[in-house]
Design a protein around this ligand. Structure first.
Ligand code: SAM
Length: 277
């Protein structure tokens, strides 16, 4: 994989919280008492934002007694969504220390810190016991991880038997090489895209039964068109996480991404699988 400092350097700015607070203030929200709705444009750092999290969660059966793992938890938007919707406990793990600090801060402000905790760590070597979790999800993380079989084996290790794993990922499509920069990497050197078939094979090799692997291209293109229409009408883009995290680089990254999805270089996929053995 790309070195840990290369990945964390890509995501770290040192002033993320100050920039988030300024953005919330500009939206008319109170940065000291933000609601989950006010945070949603910023804390869902993946394609289609909150809609993708809602969709993934809607495919799962989760009870309040469950303990769920968020692999690559970012600044915690998906974790807060799952804990709030299902009343479950969530543990997030992420390589980027600044993201974990901001995630803890926002989770405290939204009153969910009794149910959610965040660890700074590598998804390839997690500090959790075997069979610790009832389910796990990961949203737009594996593009930074070369050893996908290692990733899926490590998630498999920390899940209880028959537990679920839900992924929302960007896969390599048939349309050729992706151009850079993208939100997860400035260059091809730190980007590791697997095709949907390779993703399935690696999950199965790690001991998962793939229950569904859906292509979310159409929904992603529709979401992009809707966002462009809002901006052309003078509004703020509905998904502002890439802008928050990458600042001036964000418009170029977003343009590359939407072109890559439209041209079939990138395929957004949603996968639900189960620990089968
Ligand atoms: C595009 S962000 C997605 C964040 C979050 N899943 C979300 O949807 O809001 C990718 C995240 O993956 C994390 N990441 C990348 N490689 C990782 C690894 N090996 N272990 C843990 N986290 C990793 C990054 O630090 C970053 O927070």
């Amino acid at each position: 994989m790309a070195s840990e400092p290369a990945i964390t350097g890509h995501y770290t700015s040192g002033d993320l919280l100050a920039r988030l607070n300024a953005a919330l203030t500009d939206d008319g929200a109170d940065p000291d008492h933000p609601t989950l709705e006010a945070l949603a444009p910023y804390d869902q750092f993946h394609g289609r934002g909150l809609a993708a999290t809602e969709e993934l969660a809607g495919m799962l059966s989760i009870s309040a007694s469950d303990h769920i793992l968020d692999v690559g938890s970012g600044i915690g938007g998906p974790a807060r969504y799952f804990a709030d919707r299902f009343g479950c406990r969530v543990t997030g793990i992420d390589l980027t220390a600044e993201f974990c600090e901001v995630a803890r801060h926002l989770t405290g402000l939204t009153g969910l810190d009794d149910r959610i905790s965040y660890e700074v760590g590598n998804a390839l070597d997690m500090p959790f016991a075997d069979g610790a979790f009832d389910g796990a999800y990961s949203m737009n993380v594996s593009m930074n991880i070369e050893d996908k079989t290692g990733l899926y084996l490590e998630i498999h290790r920390v899940l209880k038997s028959d537990a679920w794993l839900a992924l929302s990922e960007l896969a390599q499509g048939p349309g050729g090489e992706v151009e850079y920069p993208t939100p997860w990497s400035l260059t091809a050197d730190a980007s590791f895209l697997a095709t949907p078939d390779e993703t399935r094979e690696r999950l199965e090799a790690a001991g998962f039964l793939v229950e569904c692997l859906d292509d979310a291209t159409e929904a992603t293109l529709a979401s992009g068109a809707q966002a462009r229409a809002i901006v052309e009408a003078g509004g703020k883009p509905p998904h502002r996480a890439v802008g928050l995290i990458h600042g001036d680089l964000a418009p170029g990254m977003m343009k590359t991404m939407s072109r890559a999805v439209a041209d079939g270089q990138l395929v957004p996929i949603e996968v639900i699988c189960r620990k089968a053995r």
